[in-house]
Design a protein around this ligand. Structure first.
Ligand SMILES: Cc1cc2nc3c(=O)[nH]c(=O)nc-3n(C[C@H](O)[C@H](O)[C@H](O)COP(=O)(O)O)c2cc1C
Length: 192
């Protein structure tokens, strides 16, 4: 039976949003991270991921200056730390020091990542796109790193072990990823 839909209006309620920690070096060379939920994959070749950052963020000029950033993905157990990185500015506090997290220098790009996070992407700035409130930074993925305890016996990323933190816009809640549903490019084959 069809159910009735209620309009919520023109808002950015797309589920789920990832919780990304964008890492950069500020003009003084201090490592910083900021939480960004407006982001995701935007191309396969070159492999590219985008994050949208407001011009008022301390991170904004840092990314433009070094043309590089990282993305560290926190686990659900790191939700409070990720939230902290989204409510404090690197212009005032040293977030790595406050969180007792290690700022590891990127291997391929001039930006730091969070050594304690289970999944990390290193990105070279490819393009920036002005979109109203935000500027979308498109980064070419130069490397992906997975914490060793989050790899399965075949060396593949173990999604359950990574346990990525997710964000729900509008309700402003953090969520986990939930259970495995099935294989992609495969489940649909059973439908004629
Ligand atoms: C869950 C969450 C998601 C956020 N997503 C974004 C985002 O996508 N873009 C953005 O510009 N700010 C976002 N923010 C706000 C920034 O993280 C926040 O302003 C932060 O203090 C900026 O840090 P910085 O000044 O050190 O760069 C988010 C905050 C939270 C808590």
């Amino acid at each position: 039976m069809e159910s009735t839909m209620k309009s919520l209006g023109a808002t950015t309620f797309l589920l789920p949003a990832p919780v990304l920690l964008a890492g950069s070096y500020d003009p003084q060379g201090k490592a910083n991270i900021m939480t960004a939920a407006w982001g995701g994959i935007c191309a396969s070749q070159p492999p590219a991921v985008a994050v949208s950052i407001q011009r008022t963020r301390w991170t904004y000029a840092s990314v433009l200056e070094r043309k590089a950033f990282t993305i560290s993905i926190p686990s659900t157990s790191q939700a409070a730390q990720a939230d902290f990185a989204g409510i404090r500015s690197g212009s005032k506090v040293d977030k790595f020091a406050s969180l007792h997290w290690s700022a590891v220098k990127g291997e391929y790009v001039d930006a730091p990542y969070v050594g304690e996070c289970p999944l990390v992407l290193e990105l070279a700035l490819l393009q920036s796109v002005e979109i109203g409130s935000h500027v979308q930074f498109i980064g070419e993925v130069k490397d992906v790193k997975v914490r060793e305890d989050c790899l399965d016996e075949k060396g593949r990323p173990d999604v359950a072990a990574i346990d990525p933190l997710l964000f729900a816009p509008v309700t402003r809640q953090y969520w986990g990823i939930g259970k495995l549903v099935g294989k992609a490019f495969s489940l649909g084959l059973s439908i004629d």
